[in-house]
Design a protein. Structure first.
Lengths: 154, 214
């Protein structure tokens, strides 16, 4: 076991966990932040996506020992960001969610896309969101919401 | 009188013979020296080409060529399958926003989850692809020409190539590739790292010769 000081959504959090513990389980089990979901556990579905130093990161495969002092943003804190707020508003406007399980990961990837590429093309959306799976197949509404958020961010 | 006449006849003949012998010996000596040079040059070239083949055996090992692809995506595993999760190359070989290489690959291997890692994880530039569009590795001659073409290899000369093979973090990773998700170790290139560097040095010192043909 080891003690880590994490910066999560702008707040300092201390955890005492095994160094190999994936960040996902530190967030969910130790910090009780359950908005980030466990999907596949092998970074294949994107449900566990959070931002680490501004990079969309699959928290299920990143051991907490490799985080260091990089700031973490989760779905619970993404609305503090202008782009994050716009994406969440667009998600509501377009009624994207069906079962909802994958949606926090979808939103985190969409925010990362729009932060880097405010006016994404269809190809940009296809490439950036291609690693986020949705078993309800809400892909069409996800694309509409991303375009809507992009418009709002003009 | 007669003796003097004989001597005056013999002396020029003797000198002529000595001169002829000197010419012959000089010519033979020069030929031998030139032959030696040729032999040395041939041996150096052969050794350089032999060293290159050792280097080539490493470059085309999956730990190296999986990221020196011609495709729009990285490859994985010893069977060199397409990287899962729809990962693509992106404009700088680092993926795209939302799905960067570093979305999963950290600074070091994560053996608890089986995700390999190293500093600044990324694909080699497209100009340094070592395979065709059908995933077949280029020939030894073609890879050699690409590696030595400074318009393609980020302007690396011979010493810089040695340094790259000796020190570059992602090159070193090939000999410390960590565990697969099932816990088994990833396979290593056919040479040790020190053998690889030594072979690179021999090849560079031989003038980075490349095999002829395609």
């Amino acid at each position: 076991m080891a003690t880590y000081e994490l910066n999560v959504n702008g707040q300092r959090k201390q955890v005492n966990v095994d160094p190999s513990t994936p960040l996902l389980w530190v967030l969910r089990e130790d910090l009780k932040m359950t908005g980030t979901k466990y999907g596949c556990g092998i970074s294949a579905c994107g449900a566990c996506t959070v931002h680490v130093a501004g990079i969309a990161t699959r928290s299920c495969v990143v051991p907490v020992s490799l985080i260091g002092d990089r700031p973490i943003v989760t779905i619970e804190g993404i609305a503090q960001d202008r782009v994050g707020r716009a994406v969440q508003d667009a998600w509501v406007e377009k009624d994207v969610v069906q079962c909802g399980y994958c949606q926090s990961g979808q939103i985190m990837s969409a925010v990362a896309l729009l932060q880097a590429t405010p006016k994404p093309t269809e190809a940009n959306i296809e490439e950036s969101m291609g690693g986020n799976l949705c078993r309800c197949a809400t892909y069409v509404r996800i694309r509409e919401a991303i375009k809507s958020a992009s418009q709002q961010l003009k | 009188m007669l003796a003097n006449q004989r001597l005056s006849l013999r002396l020029p003949i003797f000198m002529l013979v000595v001169f002829a012998i000197w010419i012959v010996l000089s010519t033979l000596g020069a030929a031998e020296t030139g032959e030696g040079k040729t032999t040395t040059t041939d041996a150096r070239l052969a050794d350089g080409l032999s060293a290159w083949e050792q280097v080539y055996s490493v470059l085309t090992h999956p730990r190296c060529i999986n990221c020196h692809t011609a495709t729009n995506y990285p490859q994985q595993g010893d069977d060199r399958h397409r990287h899962f999760a729809n990962v693509i190359r992106g404009p700088a070989g680092k993926g795209v926003p939302g799905l960067n290489c570093v979305s999963c690959h950290q600074e070091t291997n994560a053996d608890s989850t089986g995700v390999p890692g190293g500093p600044n994880w990324h694909l080699a530039p497209f100009s340094m692809r070592w395979q065709d569009m059908n995933d077949r590795p280029f020939s030894s001659a073609d890879v050699c020409r690409a590696v030595t073409d400074r318009s393609k290899n980020e302007d690396l000369d011979g010493p810089a190539l040695i340094k790259h093979h000796e020190e570059a973090a992602l090159v070193l990773w090939a000999w410390n590739p960590g565990r697969r998700p099932d816990g088994t170790m990833r396979t290593l290139p056919p040479l040790t790292h020190s053998e690889f560097v030594a072979a690179t040095r021999r090849w560079v010192e031989a003038g980075t010769p490349c095999p002829s043909g395609r």
